[in-house]
Design a protein around this ligand. Structure first.
Ligand code: IPM
Ligand code: MN
Length: 366
């Protein structure tokens, strides 16, 4: 029987309560499919920081390297200055564990309300592959003449060829696997006849960021030659925002740098019904990956049993898929689909059920 060692970091705000629902579902599905999840909880987050001053030490990161995966709720605390915990815990984990991909599927489920007029589940079904360890997030920068009228602040967008290439390759591989058995439904007949099975769009800004996105663009088109079955498409980030709203059906996969990826995935999450349904995975294909819902900590709703745990449950589903438990992951997605049909809304306090009721319903529908 397979055993997986999972590190659980509930974190702050609503993190612990949505993770509790994800664990309910994980327990039920592991029993059904006969594998073991050996869970160890860690108290990293704002509460611990306020009590002990600790953030996250290198030896704690090293301990996490011994796990098969990390399941994380959210990090951030209203009583801690913005940036301390986010940089000191979340970004430190992403960087130190070299989780260089942030995988964010954008999928509109049946019966979920989207703010996009006339868009159906078949129109919103793509994945954003966000580079996760470089760009504007590296912290490279400086102040000059700080506090004077002549102050200058610099924040550098830094990318190496290797970083860009491994991300772009991951993205092409991902799209290839996604359509191994079934070509993407958005292809025209002509494209299918030519042998294409999917499409990857590079989201950049080659008209202004003529260093960094020139590197991305060159790398993207060079790597594309190894994937003749995938259409290699390019779009500036501002236009991407138009299409995410007006014609999401043109996307199969989007690959982009860290900052653009952060921004467009919040917009994309809104189109799939909001933060209550958006999962994500911080992936190191050769190491320890970390799975977290996109929504963060939402402290004002914490402890009230009113938030939507579907994002956290779908995040657990991504984790199982990544661990190689594809059948169990499929089961979770099906159960989620059934439960969503019974929910009145995906929004906080309007779901028709409490957080814990939804978790139990998904577990019962497995
Ligand atoms: C996200 C978040 C983080 C990010 C913050 C909390 C540092 O917004 O996961 O998208 O910017 O990556
Ligand atoms: Mn974000």
């Amino acid at each position: 029987m397979s055993t997986y060692k999972i590190a659980i970091i509930g974190g702050d705000g609503i993190g612990p309560e949505v993770i509790a629902e994800g664990l309910k579902v994980l327990n039920a599905v592991s029993t059904k499919h006969g594998f073991i999840l050996e869970k160890t909880e860690f108290a990293f987050g704002g509460e611990r920081h306020l009590k002990t001053g600790e953030i996250l030490s290198d030896s704690e990161v090293n301990r996490l390297k011994q796990f098969d995966a990390i399941y994380l709720g959210g990090i951030g605390h209203p009583k801690v200055k913005p940036g301390i915990l986010e940089k000191g815990i979340l970004l430190k984990l992403r960087f130190d564990l070299d989780q260089y991909i942030n995988l964010r599927p954008v999928k509109l489920y049946e019966n979920v309300e989207t703010p996009l007029k006339n868009k159906k589940p078949k129109d919103i079904d793509y994945v954003v592959i966000r580079e996760n360890t470089g760009g504007l997030y590296t912290g490279v920068g400086e102040f000059q003449n700080k506090g004077t009228p002549d102050e200058v602040a610099i924040q550098s967008m830094v990318y190496s060829r290797k970083q860009v290439e491994r991300c772009v390759r991951f993205a092409f591989d991902y799209i290839k696997n996604r359509h191994q058995n079934k070509p993407w439904q958005g292809l025209t007949k002509k494209e299918k006849d030519k042998g294409f099975i999917g499409k990857l769009t590079l989201c950049g800004k080659t008209n202004v960021l003529t260093f960094v996105y020139d590197l991305w663009d060159r790398t993207f088109h060079e790597v594309a030659k190894d994937y003749p079955e995938i259409i290699a498409d390019y779009c500036h980030v501002d236009a991407i925002c138009i299409y995410i709203v007006e014609s999401p059906q043109r996307f199969d996969g989007i690959v982009t740098g860290n900052m653009f990826g952060d921004i467009i995935t919040d917009l994309a999450a809104a189109t799939q019904g909001g933060m209550g349904v958006a999962p994500s995975g911080n992936i190191n294909p050769n190491g320890v990956s970390m799975f977290e819902p996109v929504h963060g900590t939402a402290p004002i709703f914490a402890g009230k049993n009113v938030v939507n745990p579907i994002a956290a449950i779908l995040t657990a589903q991504m984790m199982l898929k990544n661990l190689g438990e594809g059948k169990a992951a499929e089961d979770i997605e099906k159960a989620v689909g059934k439960v969503i049909k019974k929910m009145k809304s995906m929004l906080v306090d309007e779901m028709g059920f409490s957080t814990s009721e939804i978790g139990s319903m998904v577990a019962d529908n497995l």
